[in-house]
Design a protein around this ligand. Structure first.
Ligand code: NAG
Ligand code: NAG
Length: 297
């Protein structure tokens, strides 16, 4: 099993919460609200803003816009996404690593330092039991393909963490107009391109996406939305994932052996019953013909 299970997370529960949706759907503002709510609960919470962490994000936007070499871009960008998750993993493994800079050049170190700064704030700790204060990471990216979200799920599973997803459903028109009001706008074509690719969480199709909710962010966020998100996080904190069993094959073999043994035992029991029936018949002086027919039966 993963070394982090006891060395890192210890008894403090942690949760990885994926925020996905179109650009300008309101992910960052939801993340900020959730972080401050979590701090009031005495949790340690941090937003992981992919846009700031991955310098290549801008590059990705350009390629998406041009609509070329999608596969190539996908591969390259995956490396960066994995670097982000490696940094998260470092924190999960060892709380001491918090103060150290990210040891990967694949992400923006300054942005990462800022991201984990929130975890160092003394007021973010629950003073009565700092070591039990849950750790919450809000992963803020578009996450438009399930495979992108699955990488986060795998990390959560490796360390027996809580895992959940919030899909921010926002009317396309609203996203576009909100985006246009920003200082750093994303080209509308990119948003349109993403709409085509977006596959929102689908628990019916992907069992691992069970802990997902969708909130409508076409208008502003309501208290009820925040409540729903906090409840989802609480639920996943108290229902952490189980690390995958590596011995699937052994288990299959054991199951087969067991099934075979059941058949074997049933066969033995049958034979015993038959032999007893025959013995009883002999004792009752049954005719050879009757005996033969009974045996055949
Ligand atoms: C610390 O955590 C406990 C249990 O989760 C909670 O009841 C309490 O309100 C928290 N304390 C602070 C200061 O938030
Ligand atoms: C989201 O909210 C907007 C505005 O309240 C509403 O027009 C729209 O129908 C809602 N969308 C969904 C999918 O519920």
């Amino acid at each position: 099993m993963a070394e982090g299970a006891d060395a890192g997370v210890g008894r403090a529960a942690a949760c990885l919460c994926v925020l996905c949706g179109l650009p300008a759907a309101g992910k960052s503002s939801l993340a900020r609200t959730v972080v401050s709510t979590a701090a009031r609960y005495g949790w340690r919470a941090a937003v992981v803003p992919y846009d700031d962490l991955i310098p290549e994000q801008a590059f990705q936007t350009r390629v998406l816009q041009a609509g070329v070499k999608l596969q190539e871009m996908h591969t390259e960008w995956k490396v960066h996404r994995q670097a982000v998750l490696q940094c998260v993993e470092q924190v999960l493994k060892k709380s001491g690593v918090l103060a150290e800079p990210a040891n990967t050049c694949q992400i923006n170190g300054a942005a990462w330092a800022q991201c984990i700064q929130a975890l160092l704030q003394p007021e973010a700790l629950n003073c009565s039991q700092p070591e039990h204060a849950p750790l919450l990471f809000l992963l803020d990216d578009n996450f438009y393909y399930p495979s992108m979200r699955y990488e986060v799920y795998q990390l959560a599973r490796k360390y027996s963490l809580g895992f959940c997803q919030v899909y921010l459903h926002c009317d396309l028109e609203s996203c576009i107009s909100r985006n246009q009001g920003r200082s750093q706008t994303i080209p509308t074509e990119v948003i349109l391109e993403m709409v085509k690719r977006l596959e929102s969480p689908n628990p019916q199709k992907n069992l691992w996406e069970t802990n997902s909710i969708s909130i409508n962010t076409t208008d502003s966020l309501s208290k009820c939305d925040i409540q729903k998100v906090m409840e989802l996080i609480l639920f996943s904190l108290s229902n952490p994932l189980t690390p995958i069993e590596d011995n699937t094959e052994q288990k299959d073999a054991d199951r087969l052996k067991c099934a075979t043994s059941v058949v074997h035992q049933a066969d033995q029991a049958c034979r015993r019953l038959i032999s007893e029936a025959m013995k009883t018949a002999r004792e009752n002086h049954m005719s050879p013909d009757q005996m033969r027919s009974l045996a055949a039966h």
